[in-house]
Design a binder for this molecule. Sequence first.
Ligand code: GCU
Length: 350
Amino acid sequence: MRRTTTMASLAALTATTLLLAACGGGDSGGDGTATDGGDGGGEASGGKALRLALNQTEEHPSYISLDNWGTSLEEATEGRWSIDVFPNETLGAQAEALQLVSSGSVDMAVVSSPQLENLNADFAAFEMPGVFDDTEEQLRILNDPAISGELFASLEESQKITVLGVLTQGARSIYTSFGPVETPADLAGKKIRVQETDKWIAIAEALGGAATPMAFGELYTGLQAGVVDAAENNEVSYWTQKHYEVAPDWTYTNHMIGADYIIINTDTLNSMSEEDKAVFLEGVTATYTEHAELWGQATQDAIDNATAGGATFHEIDNTPFKEALAAIVPSLLKSETQQALYDAVVAAAE
Ligand code: GCU
């Protein structure tokens, strides 16, 4: 298993290196002025297009809001900075994208909470079941510098990664290839794909199944081939990744409001003039706000489209799932720092 993952990662990294070389250092900017050769920093005289790695499709609110940020950044800095969003894992799955941002080969990425948890376990405190009532509350709290500022800067020295802000993943629920579920007992013996952390393995077990960690981009074929029987995500990814085709029953467990993080190579960020950096950082708030505004309609469209494609969305009393997860939260908080961060988030949510 480990060997397969390593080989797959190596293959992805090789493919990414070739792609970056073919892109001439990523010069695919809209006006053709971006020429900086992928060293992760430096303000090129002709302007620099920041390459951003994303694992979602072009219909996804993340792509749309990040792409819009790139356009407004280019205008506001008179072409000195722009953002090129590479969707569909073109620059690698999130685990690879994280490494590439750290090394400066790629400037920016959106990665899910578990990826950062693998570098600093304290991030787990910001993505726990049962904390937030809704996505507005999540974004208000997690994007508050008084709560998250220190954590967001915690990878700068060791990894050269600056966390800029949180995009919501909305509420995640279970979907299955074998019919709907009503209680954790219905998932007994079933393999649930999870993101690659111990936290998510424990969550899948509490939901009643057996966890299979797997990269997002491998999940469609994983479900199709029966390597896994179930997965969990938001409706938007369920639709845009076409997972409804191979796992047509969606059950509203609403077990977690997940967090995606926008990250940038720290040297790249610090290579901006103070003026350009201020403009760039204003774009973070505009981006997660626009993303949140798009999210509701994108969710409704995803439900309608997946239903038309043969999926069924099942409402249940999710109390048994909620109680099973509430019971494991104390064991998911592994240190005093994590407990303190979690307590701060919970207090802000009350
Ligand atoms: C969501 C999230 C992604 C994440 C994915 C997953 O779609 O936005 O960042 O990779 O879930 O389950 O892997």
